[in-house]
Design a protein around this ligand. Structure first.
Ligand code: NZQ
Ligand code: ZN
Length: 400
């Protein structure tokens, strides 16, 4: 096990009616002027926005709102929301939504505390965050884990550049998590969320680290839970048991618990972010579309690890050689995504195969013009990334 620091300070308030505690939670964390950030229309339509606003007003807080965050949130929108926060002199930012809304709120919280510079400078690594406004969230979709993660992912719409910023200042002070709020999600949104939750742990699990037993066991239990309850939630969105298991798994899958003591991987996420940056596809879909090609390209680096995954996650009997078990587990994962209705190739994702120059652009961008390698299991440079995108382009639909 490698040395690590575990910092996950977000207070989790989980269960029925959690959102009604918004007012008292903001007060507890020192807010008095709250900017509420929300998405397209789901929070308005379900009455959630109104309920949360009521809770804030009952606690004597001043409230301003900004709605309209779209999936794969845009830098231009975050800048507008930031102007509103500054005009209003907000001292607390409250997100109502999923990863897109929470990440926008994180950008606003950083920008409002640092009005001397453009927020994107932090994403570009030109400046380091040293302060931000306090932030809380009411979670409406189990997926990104942004409700307690240190990450915020935005797309610079002027340059089709989707990238994340990791800083401890991104950790929300609290997350209000009522699984019933997810009952209004479409099966597709649930499936995308399930994929993302699974991938946050898969992206941590496949590392060169050996002998990290407790972390591995936690990761495996989490993945088994998601595999068990994911299809159930897609089938029956108002299944409380399934949605609550997914909601808790979503948080634990990305607060770093399932990767402690190992190096962080995140190859799939890097590959996927380029697809969302170029084509605007949903985050979960961008991940399922490349998983199989990535796994097929790297498993030979550590077939025993993939065989362990076969045994402890997919509960396959590994009687034969490790290579066969590894390949069987990769196939099982692909079938799981297909069962959820997720794309498992670029053709399925985009409705057409990509041209050679498009694949090259993706590989070039993902390797930052061949200046960085991603992944630790097998360091992947531009040529490797091109091979993976090319394999993903060819992948046929999984046989169920
Ligand atoms: O905008 P509304 O109308 O609310 O609709 C949203 C949106 O269309 C809808 N939705 C959310 N809750 C709902 C609902 N519809 C009905 N009922 C509800 N209860 O769902 C759609 C997707 O929402 P979004 O916030 O985009 O989903 P998700 O939570 O998957 O977030 C995706 C974003 O998070 C980033 C992704 O890259 C992507 O930009 N990520 C953020 C991470 C982080 N900050 O730690 C880590 C992740 O790996 C990920 O990269
Ligand atoms: Zn993700």
């Amino acid at each position: 096990m490698r040395d690590f620091t575990f910092y996950s300070p977000t207070e989790i308030i989980f269960g029925s009616h959690a959102e009604e505690k918004a007012g008292e939670a903001v007060r507890r964390y020192g807010g008095s002027r709250v900017l509420v950030v929300y998405g397209g229309k789901s929070a308005v339509k379900s009455g959630l926005l109104e309920r949360v606003e009521k809770s804030l007003l009952m606690s004597g807080l001043c409230v301003e709102k900004i709605g309209g965050v779209q999936p794969n949130p845009l830098l231009s929108f975050a800048r507008n929301a930031l102007s509103k926060a500054l005009d209003f002199r907000a001292d607390f930012i409250l997100a109502i939504g999923g990863g897109s809304v929470i990440d926008t709120a994180k950008a606003v919280a950083i920008g409002a505390a640092n009005p001397h510079t453009d927020i994107w400078n932090y994403w570009l690594g030109k400046e380091t965050v040293s302060k931000s406004l306090p932030l809380g969230c009411v979670l409406t979709i189990s997926a990104s884990g942004s409700e307690s993660s240190d990450s915020a992912v935005l797309t610079d719409d002027a340059h089709q550049d989707k990238r994340g910023l990791n800083t401890p200042f991104n950790r929300p002070r609290f997350a209000l998590m009522n699984p019933e709020l997810t009952f209004t999600l479409s099966p597709k949104q649930i499936a995308c969320g399930v994929t993302d939750i699974l991938m946050h742990t898969l992206d941590r699990y496949f590392t060169p680290m050996q002998g990290n037993e407790l972390t591995d066991a936690l990761a495996e239990a989490l993945m088994r839970t998601v595999i068990h309850y994911g299809p159930q939630a897609v089938q029956t969105p108002n299944d409380y048991q399934a949605q609550s298991e997914l909601m808790w798994a979503g948080t634990l899958s990305h607060n770093n618990l399932t990767g402690l003591g190992a190096e962080k991987e995140f190859a799939m996420h890097q590959l996927g972010h380029e697809l969302s940056g170029f084509f605007g596809v949903t985050h979960g879909e961008s991940l399922s579309a490349v998983w199989n090609a990535w796994a097929g390209y790297v498993y030979k680096e550590d077939p025993a690890r993939f065989a362990r995954y076969a045994c402890n996650v997919w509960q396959l009997e590994v009687q034969t050689d490790t290579e066969s078990a590894a390949l069987e587990a990769i196939k099982k994962t692909k079938q799981f995504f297909s069962l959820l209705g997720m794309p498992t190739s670029l053709s399925e994702l985009l409705g057409r195969p990509l041209e050679a120059d498009e694949l090259m652009k993706l590989a070039d961008k993902c390797s930052r013009g061949d200046t960085r390698k991603i992944s630790k299991l097998k360091p992947l440079g531009r040529e490797d990334l091109l091979r993976i995108y090319t394999a993903a382009n060819r992948e046929a639909k999984a046989e169920l």
